[in-house]
Write a protein that binds this ligand. Sequence first.
Ligand code: NAD
Length: 371
Amino acid sequence: MATYKLFLLPGDGIGPEVMAEAEKVIAFFNAEGGARFETEKGLVGGSAFDAHGASISEADMERAQASDAILFGAVGGPKWANVPYEARPEAGLLRLRKDLQLYANLRPAVCYPALASASSLKPEVVEGLDILILRELTGGVYFGEPKTITDLGNGQKRAIDTQVYDTYEIERIGRVAFDLARKRRNKVTSSEKHNVMKSGVLWKEVITALHKREFADVQLEHQLADALGMQLVRWPKQFDVIVCDNLFGDMLSDVAAMLTGSLGMLPSASLGDVDPKTAKRKALYEPVHGSAPDIAGKGAANPIAMIGSFAMCLRYSFGLGAEADRLEAAIAKVLADGLRTRDIAAPGEATISTSEMGDAVVAALGGAQAA
Ligand code: NAD
């Protein structure tokens, strides 16, 4: 039986609450016996700062490096608002992304039919939506140097951020996009602003050449990032995989997120390269939402984003596509049955707790198996 090492980093606020529900799903699959998931737990964010004075300890970084995949909850909260900058809760997540070179951020935007009315767009625009935004995560303007604010001495200051991309960075994210599209509806939309940015010119050139060389069977189109923003809210179902740089991806993935209703529904994956020695890909899976201090400890958090992140882990780290399909079908069934946590309930609708939602997904999984 295949054995997979999962490193769990629940974090702060609702992180541990939603992680507990993902652990029920992991226990279900272990009990079923198709594959064995070994779990180990560490500290990240504010909880790590309280224990070690750092947002993640060196020992936990080593465990993260040695694992087959990381499941991450959420970090942050008012309690740690004044800790030193380098020990702030987010620093733990940024360190993981950087040290593991997790350059490909996958954010699916899937609208379950039962939740189409929760979107701010018309139900017919979003019902059945299933698109994937792929954001380059380790390069571009967030990291480029120089990155400075200079006092010009005349009462003015000058701020500089630098957008930098090398060919290899564009190629490797492009390759992930085309590979993903082949497993979906075979279409990639590449987005940049080649009309005003040199990095956009290179981005378009590299993606076009890669497509011609290795992925001519996949449909490729280019859209300027501003136009794509409009198209995303006009008719999002025209897309399959959208690939873009760090800055545009940050914005466009948040727009796409809102198409589907609630933050509590959105999973994500961050992938690195395949290690040629082990044939394994470094990967971290996390809900898009934060630690939600406003509802922490109240049993009100929606665990579906966290459970959906584990479904992505099954699919992208372990090649367990059938198990991922079953888990996603179990989530869809629970929603179709009308079960709602507070964030996805219509006004006046009955709601269930975090742990009741986790139990319902596990029960639906059992049902899916028996069917
Ligand atoms: P947030 O995502 O924590 O919460 C935004 C709103 O969405 C809140 O009203 C919250 O109650 C609700 N919400 C979020 N997740 C939910 C869930 N699973 N179920 C039901 N409702 C949910 O964002 P925020 O309030 O801007 O930030 C809170 C803290 O989280 C801050 O410290 C921030 O820095 C941190 N944060 C961490 C991450 C991360 O760990 N990756 C991401 C974003 C924000």
